[in-house]
Design a protein around this ligand. Structure first.
Ligand SMILES: Cc1cc2nc3c(=O)[nH]c(=O)nc-3n(C[C@H](O)[C@H](O)[C@H](O)COP(=O)(O)OP(=O)(O)OC[C@H]3O[C@@H](n4cnc5c(N)ncnc54)[C@H](O)[C@@H]3O)c2cc1C
Length: 570
């Protein structure tokens, strides 16, 4: 139990919590700890010098709803996000492999902002601000402090940390040691906790010192008028093709971030691991982006890559020994849906709760075991969304359905648990255990089904917009995240969203098997309580049900079209 709170002075060598690494995970954890437990004495050791450079600092620039809610509402940084960062215009996908005209391919995204906000983070601006806020809230933050060594005590005694700062060596003691060193993963290495997974993908990225505005890429009036406001550049743009996606993320500093993420077998890293090679690759696969970048070669700010970026972890919390891993020091899935900051939000919330239980003299080891089980389950729940699925990313027929499914899973399950603060409520989580396990099984079955569908799909790529903002139930799922729910209302919400997932699964299977009767849907259907839901409220994009007719539609597919076309289709 943490017995005394120490004033955070510059010479103290005893700390309640020492955080190794002051990046996104470490600094936000320090803020959260001080917010929840103001008396706790927190030291953050960061090897880089502050202020860090803006724009060309780190990847992890696009947030989704959990991460955005965490930074804005849980940590109280709304004002910074609204005034110093960019509000994100959702995700936007173009099935534009080897195609110069974006207006000539399928666009998937929202025509207007959905109600629950997310942000694009310039990581340099953000980490500088986090360090400032941490200092203001009483965290002792040391930059240029390189952690050289540490001893993890197994008997519950204080851990020892040795670091170098301004040319000399220092030793500190910590009741709690948190590893937030990102891919350096100091504790993970020491304890041999790394667990490889089957997802074999690589990423390269770079920053350009000016805007890349896809709205400038076409003068087709009807295409330009699809979005209100007409600012597609604020979206996280995904230019997708078989086995890969390319990101475009605008940064508040005025730069633009560009990345290529690819299945290692389909697009080997050797073909893109320098700027010139990446450009050659883009010239072939995304020629319009290549043109835009070719004109800006002189504005290149950096270039980097990660091989095989996805990995798991055996253990992330120890309540008995008082240590924890957060952010990439623990595990990482895939950047496609930007879950990195979500996992930071969830992990930090668990760690804060564990330290809170320690302050209260509660059963920390028991809580740590349960929280870890939940945390690792969320990773397991989301892994099937990516493993083996890159091949279908270029399929303009199946991929929009997959995105709808994945998002319903994310907003309907993951976000509900985080926004309504139920992840730390072990009674609520215990009550949901059976349903969550069932939903996981359904997701695994659906991902396999979507892959099988893509193997036979005609891959039609009509020049239309699949407008998520006009799918009423989908936009409502997003809006409802910020509702305030008591226990009964939360339970009702979970029942509703789990039923929605089942109905969506039934409709996807019906749409796919109508066109491809040989598709085997038995593993999905065996998990549905009510397979007659194909005729209930209609949830899919119209073109999923009537793809062959969609070819001439240059405008957005709206709600009326949806009801008409899908109703006809079933
Ligand atoms: C290709 C790619 C794209 C991504 N895109 C997104 C995205 O769009 N959105 C998203 O949410 N997430 C994204 N992520 C994940 C994202 O990178 C993480 O969410 C986030 O950056 C992880 O933060 P972190 O604090 O764990 O690690 P980092 O930000 O890397 O921080 C670790 C810190 O530890 C410090 N450190 C390391 N060793 C020591 C030492 N010995 N002593 C002292 N300090 C040390 C480092 O200097 C560093 O500042 C992406 C990941 C990849 C691989």
């Amino acid at each position: 139990m943490i017995q005394t709170a120490h004033a955070p002075d510059a010479t103290s060598t005893q700390h309640d919590a020492v955080v190794l690494g002051g990046g996104l995970a470490g600094l936000s954890l320090a803020l959260q700890l001080k917010q929840r437990l103001p008396a706790v004495n927190v030291l953050v050791l960061e090897r880089r010098a502050h202020p860090v450079p803006v724009a060309a600092h780190k990847v992890g620039e696009s947030t989704v709803e959990i991460g955005a809610h965490y930074f804005s509402t849980v940590l109280g940084l709304k004002e910074h996000l609204q005034h110093k960062q960019l509000k994100k215009f959702g995700f936007r996908f173009f099935f534009s492999d080897r195609e110069r005209q974006l207006a000539a391919v399928t666009e998937l995204g929202a025509s207007t902002f959905l109600p629950t906000p997310a942000y694009q983070l310039d990581r340099g601006i953000f980490e500088n601000a986090l360090a400032r806020f941490a200092h203001e809230r009483g965290v002792r933050f040391l930059d240029r402090a390189l952690v050289r060594d540490f001893t993890l005590r197994e008997d519950g005694g204080a851990h020892a940390v040795t670091y170098e700062h301004e040319g000399s060596t220092h030793n500190v003691k910590a009741r709690w040691l948190v590893d937030a060193t990102g891919r350096a993963g100091l504790i993970k290495r020491r304890r041999h906790l790394a667990v490889p997974n089957e997802h074999d993908a690589n990423a390269v990225w770079f920053r350009i010192a000016s805007r890349i505005d896809v709205d400038d890429w076409s003068d087709d009036e009807s295409w330009l008028e699809r979005c209100d406001p007409p600012h597609r550049w604020l979206s996280t743009i995904h230019l997708v093709g078989d086995g890969y996606w390319v990101w475009l993320i605008p940064l508040a500093s005025g730069s633009h971030s560009v990345g290529i993420v690819a299945d290692a077998g389909l697009h080997p890293l050797d073909g893109m691991n320098t700027f010139n090679k990446a450009m050659k690759w883009l010239e072939r696969h995304q020629p319009r982006l290549y043109d835009a970048l070719d004109a800006k070669r002189g504005e290149l700010q950096d270039f980097a890559f990660f091989r095989n970026f996805s990995y798991g972890c055996k253990q992330v919390f120890s309540g008995a020994e008082h240590w924890a891993l957060t952010g990439e020091a623990g595990l990482f899935l895939d950047p496609f849906y930007s879950p990195g900051s979500d996992f930071i939000a969830i992990g930090n919330t668990f760690i804060t709760e564990l330290i809170h239980h320690d302050v209260d003299g509660g059963p920390v080891a028991m809580y740590a075991d349960v929280y870890q089980k939940i945390y690792l389950s969320l990773y397991e729940y989301m892994l099937p969304i990516y493993v083996g699925q890159y091949k279908l990313f270029g399929d303009a027929e199946v991929m929009p359905v997959k995105v709808l499914w994945d998002y319903t899973f994310y907003w309907g399950v993951m976000c509900q648990l985080f926004f309504h603060n139920r992840l730390i409520d072990i009674i609520a989580m215990g009550r949901l255990q059976k349903e969550l396990a069932h939903t996981h099984d359904l997701n695994v079955a659906m991902q396999l089904f979507l892959r099988a569908w893509s193997n036979v799909s005609k891959r039609r790529n009509p020049p239309q917009m699949l407008d998520q903002a006009k799918l009423g139930w989908f936009a409502e799922l997003n809006r409802g995240l910020t509702d305030k729910l008591n226990d009964a209302a939360f339970r009702a919400r979970m029942d509703e969203t789990l039923a929605q997932l089942e109905a969506l699964a039934a409709q996807i299977v019906a749409a796919a098997t109508r066109e491809h009767p040989a598709l085997d849907a038995s593993s999905v259907l065996s998990l549905l309580k009510d397979t007659s839901q194909t005729n209930s409220a209609l949830m899919l994009f119209a073109s999923t049900a009537s793809t062959s007719k969609a070819g001439s539609n240059h405008g957005a597919v709206d709600g009326d079209d949806l009801s008409r076309n899908v109703a006809g289709a079933f």
